[in-house]
Design a protein around this ligand. Structure first.
Ligand code: FAD
Ligand code: NDP
Length: 531
């Protein structure tokens, strides 16, 4: 585009002009493959441009040799989707809007959805018999020769492996497990470096902080400082575990950052906290046969559906985890050094004057995580941060208060702190910035799973929140106890698993769940006699 304009206007584009163009692009935050024409001297050019376009002012935007206009017109064209069309391919006329080849899970869902949206769709499905002549009907592999039959057989295999694993856990120990886990992590670290190199990403192992809006200082482990500049930045510094701020916490306690590489078995463990990290770590430590107590300040899994959270808690309790509810630690003292040593924990009730004292080998603090935003020079770049929690507010395009600086992942204010969310936000952001895409990350409909021994998956609003938003009278809750397929043959935990769907009465979403017929409001029996 620059070359086209320069040829058209017979001017020589030098690097300072290109640089100015880049600054204007970044200033205006235009995210497509277009360039602004800018000139810093020469009324001749201005006249010529005026003659060509009828526009006197700059910036003057051309896309594929078509004049769009100034900044406002460009923004409007983007809003109206005209820019995207100009940047995209021309569309042609076909017989069908969509042809789907294969009527399995995806093909059927896709073809049905597309047709429901008014598209002209074809789906083709045909099963070629195997050499032995086996064949089956519509529905594809999953239903006929895949997921469903496989899952039942896989479970049989898993049980066999688990018995083998159990023998290894007995004969091996924490150190063996930790070494194996850490060796695997080491191989992943190496893999990431290789993949950065393969993709021509320059990897620098150094701590970064802003010194100017477009400039950072990077300090490596030997204290060597380097400076780098860029047009745009993405902040993705993540979080680190928070401590309690009581005597002895940093001296004697560990966090999840230590646990996975702890060189010795933690022994009798107190886990402080009652959310994801606390329940998951408490759960697997108990699963390894350790004596585990979880100290809960208020409720389990704040922000989650409390009915579900308490069911997960009950399950943990029946599988050996102790809960000490409504207590917070006030002091941790060392009784004896060692690997592990012995610690004395003093805690106070959040509801009364009651004091608790207990002895543990390890205290694992899991009371939340703090965003790593305090020491990266955001003030020098002008990025606004929520002073209360260190989180960064962004708009729906992950843009901070400084237009050329974006943020993703755990450091965002009010967003999920989950790996796939961070990955998705990062990918989409890059596509919007550099590929003309417009898709934004969906932060509402995010599925998540808490791996307490009983896995709890959820997506959408908790019941309490749904009531608050839509009103009880507009909701219908379908629920059911159920027996997972893999529990059936060993006859384990029948009617302990539970599912519910909270529906806005306008929605038909529940119809895909064939076993959910009983509404909560009806008070009907939800026990199941089969899977
Ligand atoms: P991070 O992955 O934390 O990456 C940030 C990186 O930036 C770090 O390497 C950090 O050292 C580095 N950094 C920080 N400051 C600087 C600086 N100034 N200069 C250079 N580098 C810097 N999520 C799930 O979806 N599923 C799970 O099962 C799950 N389990 C979890 C279990 C535990 C115990 C914990 C703690 C978290 C878990 N999460 C899980 C959450 C998940 O790990 C995070 O949501 C995710 O890693 C966030 O990615 P991020 O890119 O924002 O930050
Ligand atoms: P959270 O912020 O989710 O929870 C903090 C917990 O600690 C709450 O139970 C809170 O209780 C309690 N707490 C806070 N301060 C104190 C205190 N002073 N004394 C006692 N208890 C206290 O933090 P997590 O570290 O568990 O998780 C961080 C994030 O990591 C999660 O939001 C999640 O997104 C991600 N993660 C995801 C996983 C997954 O996908 N499976 C697994 C692990 C982490 P209260 O309710 O009273 O405030």
């Amino acid at each position: 585009e620059i070359r086209f304009i320069s040829k058209l206007l017979n001017i020589k584009i030098n690097s300072s002009v290109v640089f100015t163009i880049r600054i204007i692009r970044s200033w205006c935050d235009i995210k497509f493959k277009c360039f602004f024409f800018f000139f810093n001297n020469g009324t001749n050019y201005q006249d010529l441009l005026h003659e060509m376009t009828g526009q006197k002012t700059v910036p003057s935007v051309f896309i594929n040799k078509k004049h769009i206009g100034g900044c406002d017109n460009t923004m409007k064209a983007h809003k109206d989707g005209i820019l995207q069309k100009l940047l995209g391919e021309g569309s042609e006329v076909y017989e069908y809007d969509l042809i789907v080849i294969g009527g399995g899970s995806g093909g059927l869902a896709c073809s049905k959805e597309a047709a429901a949206l008014g598209k002209k769709v074809m789906v083709l499905d045909y099963v070629v018999p195997t050499p032995k002549g086996t064949t089956w009907g519509l529905g594809g592999t999953c239903v006929n020769v895949g997921c469903i039959p496989k899952k039942l057989m896989h479970q049989t295999g898993l049980l066999g492996t688990a018995i083998e694993d159990a023998r290894k856990f007995v004969t091996h120990n924490w150190e063996t497990m930790r070494t194996a886990v850490n060796n695997y992590i080491g191989s992943l670290n190496w893999g990431y470096r290789v993949s950065l190199r393969d993709k021509n990403v320059n990897y620098v192992n150094a701590y970064a902080e802003f010194v100017e809006p477009h400039k950072i200082k990077a300090t490596n482990k030997r204290g060597k400082e380097m400076f780098y500049t860029a047009a745009k930045f993405v902040l993705a510094t993540g979080e680190r575990p928070r401590y309690l701020g009581v005597p002895g916490d940093k001296e004697y306690c560990i966090t999840s950052d230590d646990l996975f590489s702890l060189p010795y078995c933690p022994g009798k463990t107190l886990v402080v906290g009652a959310s994801y990290v606390a329940l998951e770590c408490g759960g697997f430590l108990a699963g390894l046969g350790l004596d585990v107590t979880v100290m809960v300040r208020s409720i389990l899994l704040r922000g989650f559906d409390q009915d579900m959270a308490n069911r997960a808690g009950d399950y943990m309790e029946t599988h050996g985890v102790k809960f000490l509810r409504k207590f917070v630690p006030t002091k941790i003292e060392q009784l004896e050094a060692g690997t592990p040593g012995r610690l004395k924990v003093t805690a106070k009730s959040t509801e009364s004057d009651e004091i608790f004292e207990g002895e543990y080998n390890t205290v694992l603090i899991a009371v939340g995580r703090d965003a790593c935003t305090g020491k990266i020079g955001l003030d020098k770049a002008g990025v606004k941060v929520n002073a209360k929690n260190g989180k960064i507010p962004v708009n729906d395009e992950e843009q901070t208060s400084v237009p050329h600086i974006y943020a993703i992942g755990d450091i965002l204010e009010g967003k999920w702190e989950l790996t796939p969310v961070a990955i998705q936000a990062g990918k989409l952001l890059a596509r919007r910035l550099y590929a003309g895409a417009s898709l934004k990350c969906d932060y509402v409909n995010v599925p998540t799973t808490v791996f307490t021994p009983m896995e709890y998956g959820s997506c959408g609003y908790p019941e309490e929140k749904a009531v608050e938003i839509y009103g009880q009278e507009n909701l219908e809750v379908y629920h059911s106890l159920f027996w997972p397929l893999e529990f059936t043959v060993p006859g384990r935990d029948n009617n302990r698993c539970y599912a519910k769907i909270i529906c806005n009465k306008l929605d038909n979403v529940r119809h895909i769940f064939t076993t959910m017929e009983v509404t909560k409001s009806s008070g009907g029996d939800i026990t199941q006699s089969g899977c």
